[in-house]
Design a protein around this ligand. Structure first.
Ligand code: AMP
Ligand code: TRP
Length: 344
């Protein structure tokens, strides 16, 4: 098909949209980000029309250092590609390169209620740590704008994003009800396994790139030695058997990680290590984690070092994203009563 024909023929595959913030923690993305999000994004590429972005405007809500934000935006773009997101199959772009996101967020800000934003758990948690900006308060509204601009059908994210997605759906439905059909109402897509990878030091907490304890988190750029060390030091539960249970959250998390890296089910893993101790299990887990992470970190270094290629990918992505987002924004403006210049 020629490029022209491709442009004119809207794709029929359902639209997938997702993204991550580039900041918090200098270590970059974690295996939690990979397992809970990136890995699934890669798998969806063949069957869906996928758009993956870097949420650099969202990152401003906690006022990061400018040089760090600039660097980490490119780090995340490179990590998307290293994880297997193919710029020839999916659109990859940075949020700030598409002005429609901030514009649509304004429209939706005038639609969202204070109460809706106030009850967001992430806002409550983050505003305890940082003095809250208005941006932090309306963070989920910008997120709704991101999603709705692309007429998204499905949003693959980790479990922690469920509440934000509920707000996106409510805003879309409310807008459509008030002004007639404008936005597709998106569905959230949460992976069955790995939606919540827990900290290696405190299994009641989510593994996070901003954890103060570096031993709690495996980064996708960690060396094999670092990965082995972190797994060796991971906390376990009382008792010695390799068995998952509600009151054994540490071992349950490790078994889940082993399953993700090797493909074994929980029962298979338990059977495999039935009469074996933590040391043996941890050593097998470390091997499996290294095998999962090493190819990603190798590709990452190559991609991150080729600035021209990375820049070209982001430029191409921004062009395509702008084309799609502007179409929806115009539609929303018109419905809300903004004057179109050609009709003055
Ligand atoms: P964040 O690192 O919080 O900006 O999250 C980026 C994406 O990765 C979101 O889709 C999260 O739900 C997902 N994610 C982050 N940490 C984890 C984790 N520990 N387990 C599963 N998914 C995660
Ligand atoms: N809030 C998301 C996170 O912290 C990032 C994000 C912003 C996002 N806009 C989005 C995710 C739109 C999916 C769709 O992970």
């Amino acid at each position: 098909m020629s490029t022209q024909a491709q442009k004119e023929q809207p794709t029929k595959r359902p639209i997938i949209f997702s993204g991550m913030q580039p900041t918090s923690g200098a270590g970059g993305l974690t295996i939690g980000n990979y397992i809970g999000a990136l890995k699934n994004w890669v798998e969806l590429q063949n069957d869906y029309d996928c758009i993956y972005f870097i949420a650099d405007l969202h990152a401003l809500t906690i006022r990061p250092e400018p040089a760090a934000l600039r660097k980490q935006t490119l780090d995340v773009a490179a990590m998307y590609i290293a994880s297997g997101i193919d710029p020839d199959k999916s659109v990859i772009f940075a949020q700030s390169h598409v002005p429609a996101h901030a514009q649509c967020a304004w429209l939706l800000n005038c639609f969202a209620s204070m109460g809706e934003c106030q009850k967001m758990t992430q806002f409550k948690e983050k505003s305890e740590k940082h003095s809250a900006s208005v941006g932090l308060f309306t963070y989920p509204v910008l997120q709704a704008a991101d999603i709705l601009l692309y007429q998204t059908n499905l949003v693959p994210v980790g479990a922690d994003q469920k509440q934000h997605l509920e707000l996106s759906r409510n805003l879309a439905e409310r807008f459509n009800h008030y002004y007639s059909d404008t936005f597709t109402v998106p569905e959230v897509f949460i992976p069955k396994v790995g939606a919540r990878v827990m900290s290696l030091q405190d299994p009641t907490k989510k593994m996070s790139k901003s954890d103060e304890n570096p031993k709690a988190t495996i980064f996708l750029t960690d060396s094999a030695d670092e990965i082995r060390n972190k797994i060796k030091r991971a906390v376990t539960d009382s008792g010695t058997d390799i068995r998952a249970a509600e009151d054994r959250p540490a071992v349950t998390n490790l078994i889940e990680l082993y399953g993700i890296a090797t493909g074994y089910t929980q029962a298979e893993t338990e059977a495999q290590f039935e009469s074996k101790g933590y040391a043996e299990f941890k050593s097998a887990l470390a091997d499996a984690m290294v095998a999962m992470v090493e190819p990603i970190s190798k590709r990452y270094q190559e991609i991150r070092n080729d600035k021209a290629a990375l820049n070209a990918i982001l430029k191409k992505g921004a062009e395509e994203a702008n084309r799609r987002a502007t179409r929806t924004l115009r539609k929303a403006y018109k419905k809300m009563g903004m004057v179109e210049l050609e009709n003055v």
